[in-house]
Design a protein around this ligand. Structure first.
Ligand code: HEM
Ligand SMILES: *[C@@H]1O[C@H](CO)[C@@H](O)[C@H](O)[C@H]1NC(C)=O
Ligand SMILES: *[C@@H]1O[C@H](CO)[C@@H](O)[C@H](O)[C@H]1NC(C)=O
Ligand SMILES: *[C@@H]1O[C@H](CO)[C@@H](O)[C@H](O)[C@H]1NC(C)=O
Length: 514
């Protein structure tokens, strides 16, 4: 018996020694560099407050950014060392000029049903990414965008009508989060998948529910899975954890591949994403040979693109619309100024339809949307993985840092946008920063809501258009005022991954014509 006790003790000691050594080794990563870094807590690294639900990721990123003053700093995302690139010139250089050294994002999906995530454009790497990006890019050129604008305009009008119906029924205090999610959802349904729905009216349509089940209801289980997948990839693979359920996987596969078959057989043409992907597969209904495609794409790879558009459209666009409404609620004089511009345009249109060009030429609208993207960037950061060794130099200290393949870097978008060095009085929502007169003073490297370089958000013009057209119709008829439940001052919910206040975006709606 004593023998066994000795063995147990020995094993425990060995585990403890190994663990201590592992922690020491893992967290000594930045010692070989002459840079500032965050003193990590074992296991959670720099993310303690996020893991324990004390701080929203958006706020934490800003804290981490403010904690340092060099151009390059070190942090730990749990156990993974990450270079935080704080200097905007260096960020731009790494995203644009040195792109060949930082081609990929970090990917983490390994589960059996995560094919739709693995193969999406954000997750694809190297040559496969290049081919898919080249395939999708034509979908976002001027003429295609204009065709999609028609679908968006209809959706924005209908969504505004639904809001007005709510008001007529006496529901004037509402949480805008759900509404804008519905709008973003319908836009993606019509522009990417090719079918029309109205999620504001028919709240339990299947498409909307699927989306919410993937992202909208970002429950604790999904969050846990995400953290496991990113931070403990091997453990996740061992337990075969996937983010998506079998049901979701099958639903989207059928939706996309089914739509393609149907159009091909019935020779239906509609200028949307499904069509673009059909062209990439040589299934062009107009009978044209597809041009330069070197890859043969599988069903999953094709469906993944639509799926990802669905996810990104859902979240970032609706979040930004919420923050715009919130800021306009807090400052009525900005809201009035915007409404004046909208009314002016409506008068000029004199009953004609709003066009893409006219919407784009609205100056104050652009200032408001840009300022919202600055203060509340829906993607608070973006990342890259070093793919080819390179020596970067911190412009602020002159320090040279050798990066090798596999090293991770983060670009803290929110930190850069809210640094008083880049934007005076950064917490003030002031659209005038972006007016003709002041615009020239903004260093373009300090305003990067969509990233930069070849890996920049492929849909940035699409997204801005989608946001503006909704703002146009909504604020032409509706005035947004403070409700009792409004979250003022804005405080983000510490217990979620989403950039949301705890109780949602409550506002009071009034008819602006009265
Ligand atoms: C306000 C809305 C949006 C914001 C702020 C935003 C922001 C971003 C950012 C920061 C990136 C990473 C860029 C980089 O690393 O340099 C990105 C990538 C991407 N976004 Fe967006 N996005 C928005 C809306 C959308 C929408 C509506 C779609 C699709 C319909 C979309 C599709 C994508 C795709 C496919 C990528 C990956 C591109 C690649 O890896 O090649 N985004 N977005
Ligand atoms: C890794 O875990 C931390 C802590 O939960 C989390 O904040 C982070 O988002 C995880 N990584 C990703 C990209 O999910
Ligand atoms: C397909 O070919 C026809 C005639 O060859 C041409 O008019 C049409 O513009 C082409 N369509 C596309 C999408 O390239
Ligand atoms: C509202 O916006 C106007 C115009 O940008 C600005 O002058 C004013 O100070 C703002 N008011 C508040 C309360 O922030």
């Amino acid at each position: 018996m004593p023998d066994m006790l000795v063995e147990v003790v020995l094993v425990l000691v060995a585990v403890a020694v190994y663990f201590t050594y592992w922690i020491k080794y893992t967290y000594s990563f930045f010692e070989k560099y002459n840079i500032q870094y965050d003193k990590p807590i074992p296991i959670v690294g720099s993310m303690g407050e996020v893991v324990f639900g004390q701080k929203n990721m958006f706020d934490k990123l800003q804290d981490l950014y403010n904690q340092f003053n060099f151009g390059v700093a070190g942090i730990f995302e749990m156990k993974t060392p990450v270079f935080l690139i704080r200097n905007p010139e260096l960020v731009n250089q790494m995203m644009v000029k040195d792109f060949e050294h930082f081609v990929n994002h970090r990917t983490c999906f390994t589960g059996d049903y995560d094919g739709l995530l693995v193969d999406s454009l954000v997750s694809l790497t190297d040559q496969k990414w290049r081919d898919m990006r080249a395939t999708l890019t034509p979908g976002y050129t001027g003429s295609k965008l204009k065709a999609m604008f028609e679908f968006m305009r209809e959706t924005a009008k209908e969504s505004t009508l639904s809001l007005k119906e709510e008001m007529r029924d006496g529901r004037t205090d509402i949480d805008l989060g759900e509404y804008f999610m519905g709008y973003a959802n319908d836009v993606i349904a019509t522009t990417a998948f090719g079918f029309k729905i109205n999620s504001m009216k028919v709240k339990d349509n299947h498409f909307f529910k699927m989306g919410k089940s993937v992202l909208g209801n970002f429950g604790p289980l999904v969050v846990l899975k995400f953290c496991l997948l990113t931070n403990f990839t091997k453990v996740a693979r061992f337990f075969r954890i996937s983010i998506l359920s079998r049901k979701t996987h099958l639903y989207f596969m059928r939706l996309v591949i089914g739509a393609m078959k149907q159009r091909f057989e019935q020779k239906i043409f509609r200028p949307d994403m499904i069509n673009l992907l059909m062209e990439a597969r040589g299934m062009d209904v107009q009978g044209n040979q597809s041009s330069s495609c070197s890859q043969k794409w599988s069903d999953t790879e094709i469906a993944a693109q639509c799926f990802f558009f669905f996810l990104s459209g859902f979240d970032s666009v609706s979040t930004l619309l919420c923050f715009i409404s919130h800021e306009l609620m807090e400052n009525q004089s900005i809201q009035e100024k915007l409404r004046d511009e909208i009314k002016g345009v409506l008068e000029e249109l004199n009953g004609n339809q709003l066009t893409y060009e006219i919407l784009n030429s609205m100056k104050y609208m652009d200032c408001v949307v840009s300022e919202a993207l600055r203060k509340w960037p829906p993607n608070s950061m973006t990342d890259r993985v070093c793919t080819k060794s390179i020596e970067i130099q911190d412009p602020e200290t002159g320090e040279r840092i050798e990066l090798t393949p596999g090293d991770k870097v983060w670009f803290p978008i929110v930190g850069i946008h809210r640094d008083p060095k880049n934007f005076v009085d950064p917490f003030k929502f002031d659209p005038e920063r972006f007016n003709e007169e002041n615009k020239g003073n903004i260093n373009p490297n300090t305003f990067i809501p969509f990233g930069a370089g070849p890996r920049m958000c492929i849909a940035h013009r699409f997204a801005v258009m989608e946001i503006k057209v909704m703002v146009f119709y909504m604020f032409s008829e509706i005035q947004v005022k403070m409700s009792e439940k409004s979250c003022v001052p804005m405080k983000l919910d510490p217990a979620t991954c989403l950039t949301f206040p705890k109780n949602g975006f409550w506002v009071k709606l009034l008819d602006s014509k009265k």
